[in-house]
Design a protein around this ligand. Structure first.
Ligand SMILES: *[C@@H]1O[C@H](CO)[C@@H](O)[C@H](O)[C@H]1NC(C)=O
Ligand SMILES: *[C@@H]1O[C@H](CO)[C@@H](O)[C@H](O)[C@H]1NC(C)=O
Length: 778
């Protein structure tokens, strides 16, 4: 509607009569929209950069000490939606391009929301979920086990998350407007395989026979439609690990789900850019037909390019790079950006490495039961569809999820209707009594145990074998590990029995020095938006565990007799949400003690404990009753220890400026689409300024004779920002910017720019920029 009005405003020469016709048409449309629209909620979307430190910091996920960030594949974001009943309750769901949620991050975000909004957003109605990328900066969790490989706590990783989540929620809050939500579901067959099928096979045959596959193939998608702006976003849940990028990758990446989100947001903005006819100062990237029609002569282009030599590095303002960010330039000022999130669910045993796991020495499939090669786990690796190129695997698995999501988005027709509601409880999982059905009838009471990890945990998985090198008495390891290693505890008999048949490697639940090694108090949370129910779980449920939990909740809802939940009740699990406590397998899978069973922290009845606690929440939700808040989890921020050294200073060789080109494009060169342009700049440590909502790298296209327009930045899949030092202690560093020219790139004259920030010896930060020579893409 706004677009129609705006275009009338521009065409001021149209005859008055026609104009009146238009205006009355608009009024009729507006009126019928108000009458016909059955938007029933207020909806708001938000998104903010949470990329964090792109250097020196260990990546979270594989627990590989050697996997240290050194650049950016594409940026990480916190994406949020808020749904509110106009006069009633509201829920906030945040999806993080991070390995998992963190208790400490959740606590601090809630504190900030309280300071800002009072009791509007609390632990009850805010869910913060991780996509499980293994290519984001670590050190932001509070329990010891999860920060061993990152040399302890990393304040910068933590702050980037807390700030970004808060800003993304604030945006969603400010975007709240009347709108509708649609739900759609469909199968995606080729984006996940079971990486522990031998454990899955231990589930009862009668149960397995109810399902066609040994992983869940269903994607559930929500489409958000604003009354004024039309579609403003989508969130979906689909189970597959964020392990398309390997344990040796060092570029920050959202892995397959982050990639899918990037593809879908770009897809939407470009489609709407085309139909909106943006002005020339808002030339859509990749759609610059105006430019290519001016310069279509190769010789002319070469001549133009030759007049732009690389320019020496020079001081810059922080704002200059942020302002040039490609995606901000695309957007209409008052229209909310399209937010598309790809959320994680019960991915515990699901790998995106769909070709299977093979031995790297012999090329034969790994041993089925143990994922070993000649008895060794270190040689067994899963292969993604782009094997051996992990970027390609990430793109393909991302694209498959993106395509399915677009499909579901375009065909979504079932509208969410009904109440918004939620329940939340903290539960001490270290000693919970759980009532389970007894074989042969009746029931019995069993108990969970204080957290502990089994030996198979150290073996890792086919997505990242040999994860932790956590062996007792190991005298190697980093300073943080040396500090805590001597605090290892030998489990007593009771603990050993409780976890049986898991052989205990690390008795984490009973280790409290220098502070807690593992969580014992966990949040369980249920959201309801009409006929959709979201179960927030603080870990990675395996396929069958997820099915059991969803079924238990759905059965309660649909048989409640309240009439509010019919057969169209949708239940999704939001994995890795609010805090992290590793894996949850079924009792039967636990007996096999593969990686997932060894990482099921609270013993064989962990899943039954979850089902019991979620049934309590569900019952309270149905009856409109309150639940016990439970014990508060600890805030361990003040106790955190860090061994990561800060940036001391940056320098360049004599006569060289920060931002100078060290290796330029060849003079007068022409590149074909599909080829890669590489430029190396003298640089400084990316930790000096994270360039949040900005960029370290930029590709610009020449418009006219002397005006440069940003076309790709470090959030684009085709542009890689790689950062390196000649040696660990050197103050000198370089940025290598690689642009693989996409098939959709326009013909024209291009150049590559680098933005950075250097730290002087006295600690002051100076921003700089540098520019390559121009080149032609033909
Ligand atoms: C590049 O092209 C320009 C103009 O066509 C020419 O003057 C110059 O000599 C060329 N430089 C090289 C290194 O070929
Ligand atoms: C895996 O283990 C099961 C149970 O011990 C055994 O029956 C089966 O033969 C094994 N499979 C393979 C391929 O080794």
């Amino acid at each position: 509607m706004m677009e129609l009005l705006a275009s009338i405003g521009c065409h001021f020469r149209i005859p008055l009569k026609t104009m009146w016709l238009w205006i009355s048409l608009v009024l009729v449309l507006q009126y019928s929209k108000t009458v016909l629209s059955d938007s029933n909620y207020l909806i708001g979307m938000g998104s903010y950069d949470i990329t964090g430190p792109a250097a020196d910091v260990n990546m979270m996920g594989y627990a590989n000490t050697e996997q240290i960030a050194s650049g950016i594949h594409f940026r990480l974001r916190a994406r949020s939606f808020i749904v509110a009943e106009p006069q009633g309750k509201r829920v906030v769901f945040v999806n993080l391009d991070a390995c998992m949620a963190s208790q400490l991050v959740t606590i601090k975000v809630l504190e900030r929301l309280k300071a800002r909004y009072g009791n509007l957003y609390t632990e009850q109605n805010v869910a913060i979920s991780g996509i499980h990328t293994h290519a984001g900066p670590g050190g932001y969790l509070q329990y010891v086990v999860y920060i061993v490989t990152s040399l302890g706590f990393v304040r910068q990783s933590f702050d980037a998350l807390v700030d970004g989540i808060e800003k993304s929620i604030v945006q969603a809050h400010e975007n709240l407007q009347p709108g509708s939500i649609f739900v759609n579901k469909g199968e995606l067959l080729d984006a996940g395989v079971n990486r522990s099928p031998s454990a899955y096979l231990n589930n009862p045959a009668s149960e397995r026979s109810k399902y066609k596959y040994n992983v869940d193939k269903e994607m559930t998608l929500l489409k958000f439609v604003d009354d004024q702006w039309g579609p403003v976003g989508s969130f979906n849940w689909f189970a597959t690990h964020g392990t398309s990028m390997s344990r040796t990758n060092s570029l920050i990446s959202g892995d397959n789900k982050g990639a899918a989100a990037r593809f879908m947001e770009d897809w939407f903005e470009q489609n709407s850019a085309k139909s909106d006819e943006l002005g020339t100062d808002e030339i859509p990237r990749r759609v610059s037909s105006i430019i290519s029609s001016i310069h279509n002569n190769h010789h002319e282009l070469l001549e133009l390019a030759s007049s732009f030599q690389s320019s020496p590095g020079k001081p810059a303002t922080r704002v200059s790079s942020a302002a040039r960010r490609v995606r901000s330039a695309l957007r209409q000022a008052d229209k909310p950006g399209f937010v598309s999130a790809f959320c994680q669910t019960n991915c515990g045993d699901v790998s995106p490495n769909v070709l299977g796991a093979f031995c790297i020495d012999t090329g034969v499939p790994c041993d089925f039961n143990h994922s070993t090669c000649g008895g060794k786990n270190e040689l067994c690796y899963g292969r993604g569809p782009g094997y051996p190129d992990e970027f390609e695997s990430t793109r393909i698995i991302g694209e498959r999820q993106f395509n399915k999501a677009v499909d579901l988005f375009n065909t979504a027709s079932e509208q969410l209707k009904g109440k918004v509601d939620y329940r939340h409880s903290y539960v001490d999982f270290s000693q919970l009594e759980v009532t389970i059905p007894k074989e042969g009838g009746g029931s019995e009471v069993v108990k969970t145990c204080p957290a502990a990890m089994g030996f198979a945990f150290a073996a890792g998985t086919t997505d990242g074998p040999g994860a932790f090198d956590f062996k007792q008495g190991d005298d190697k390891g980093n300073p943080f590990w040396r500090l805590v290693r001597n605090l290892l505890k030998t489990p007593d008999k009771k603990q050993v029995q409780c976890h049986s048949p898991k052989p205990i490697l690390l008795d984490t639940g009973e280790m409290k020095q220098p502070y807690d090694w593992a969580p014992s108090i966990l949040p369980v949370q249920i959201f309801r938006i009409g006929q959709l129910v979201i179960l927030s779980v603080p870990g990675e449920f395996t396929t069958m565990s997820g099915r059991r939990l969803r079924d238990a909740v759905k059965t309660m809802l649909t048989s409640s007799g309240s009439g509010e939940f019919g057969s169209n009740t949708h239940v999704v699990i939001a994995g890795l949400t609010n805090t992290y406590s590793q894996y949850i397998t079924t009792f039967e899978e636990y007996q096999i003690q593969r990686y997932e069973g060894a990482s099921t922290l609270y013993g064989p009845h962990t899943l039954s404990a979850y089902i019991q606690e979620f049934q309590k929440l569900t019952s309270a939700l149905i009856k409109g009753q309150a639940v016990e808040p439970g014990p508060q989890p600890p805030d361990l921020l003040k106790k955190q220890i860090s061994f990561l050294t800060p940036v001391v200073m940056d320098s360049t060789p004599a006569g060289v400026n920060f931002g100078d080109v060290s290796s330029d494009v060849p003079a007068n060169s022409t590149f074909k689409r599909g080829s890669t342009v590489t430029v190396v700049f003298w640089s400084a440590c990316p930790r000096n300024d994270l360039m949040t909502e900005g960029t370290f790298a930029l590709v610009e296209i020449l418009q006219g004779k002397d005006s440069w327009v940003p076309t790709y930045d470090d959030d684009d899949f085709c542009l890689r920002f790689k950062w390196s030092r000649p040696s660990k202690l050197s103050p000198r560093s370089q940025a290598t910017i690689e642009w693989t020219i996409p098939p959709s790139a326009s013909l024209g004259v291009y150049r590559i720019r680098h933005f950075g920030a250097a730290k002087r010896l006295m600690g002051s930060i100076q921003h700089f920029t540098g520019t390559s020579s121009a080149f032609v893409v033909a």
